[in-house]
Design a protein around this ligand. Sequence first.
Ligand code: NAD
Length: 335
Amino acid sequence: MKILEIKKKVKKIFINHGLNTKDASICSEAIINAELVDAPSHGLARLMMYCKRIQKKLINPKPKIKIKRISQSISHIDANNSIGFVAGDIGIKEAIKIGKKTGIGLVAIKNSGHYGLSGYYAEQAVKKNLIVLCFTNAPAAIAPYGAKKSLFGTNPICFGTPTASKVPFILDTSVSIINRGKIRRAAKLGLKIPTGVALDIFGKPTTDPKRALKGVQLPIAGFRGSGLAWMVDILSGVFTGGNHSGKVKDPFDDFSGPQNIGHLFIVMKSNLFVGNNYNNKIKENIKIIKKLPKIKGIKEILYPGEGKYKRYKNNIKKGILIPKNILRDIKELLK
Ligand SMILES: NC(=O)c1ccc[n+]([C@@H]2O[C@H](COP(=O)([O-])OP(=O)(O)OC[C@H]3O[C@@H](n4cnc5c(N)ncnc54)[C@H](O)[C@@H]3O)[C@@H](O)[C@H]2O)c1
């Protein structure tokens, strides 16, 4: 389907669900961006879920979002149970605004919901020549190292920097071996998941996404990944005033209350310590790494975000392919 056409449909769905035009547009842009960077697990596959949560009054379509300036470089946002995309958009714009003025911007957000891809927000800061870190917590998926029960979310860690080229460096990674959205999408489309990424409720490895969703996902790098998930839970939940320690509700299965997810954005001017030399230094850094001898089968050493940029450019020309069952969801939501 053509990009403009699908964006319009998604925007209309959100307007029909009570969002104002601006917020509906923010949501539509973020969802279609996920499709364009080949992250469909965070795109249209979640549309029905967001709408159900709005209908059940667990996402507030008309939030009164409050921004409290704690100092010139620090703000605390109460998102009033808004959809995560809107809270994320307001949060990163606030961080950029204060970061540009003072050199550093720290923005904490509470009472938000699932905001999609961290990299989407990071890119906005990088476009303004800022270095950025984004954190968000997520519903229980990973068992803390040594525990039998999942508690941490797939809690992505995202770091972005300008590169003095049009392709930003965006490291945006879940701390689980694969992100939960991929497992959900596989369950929805009747596909298998790779081996070694999840265990069933009996602690046995499984490739069945439905069993994996009931069991636990495995963190990257054992106790190190578990530690990173814990760090993100503290920064996004404990620090911001959001939910933490397993209390973030699963948006698909738990309709007993709002999610109260927390996000944390930190932006820094890239020229703070080395002035405009940053551009030359980052270019040199990337050049040295890219020139290293490569292992068999690797044509080019890519930096994080490079592949995504290429996919985006390619997909924006081609349009996106929407699976039948998701097209059905869209038709139903447009009724
Ligand atoms: N909101 C939430 O609750 C939530 C939770 C988990 C994940 N997510 C999002 O899901 C998205 C996907 O996460 P993921 O863990 O599946 O990411 P991924 O595994 O696709 O990629 C992780 C990182 O590795 C980089 N990368 C991939 N291949 C590379 C290569 N060949 N060379 C160099 N770098 C390479 C990517 O650019 C990316 O920065 C992220 O945008 C994340 O923010 C959101």
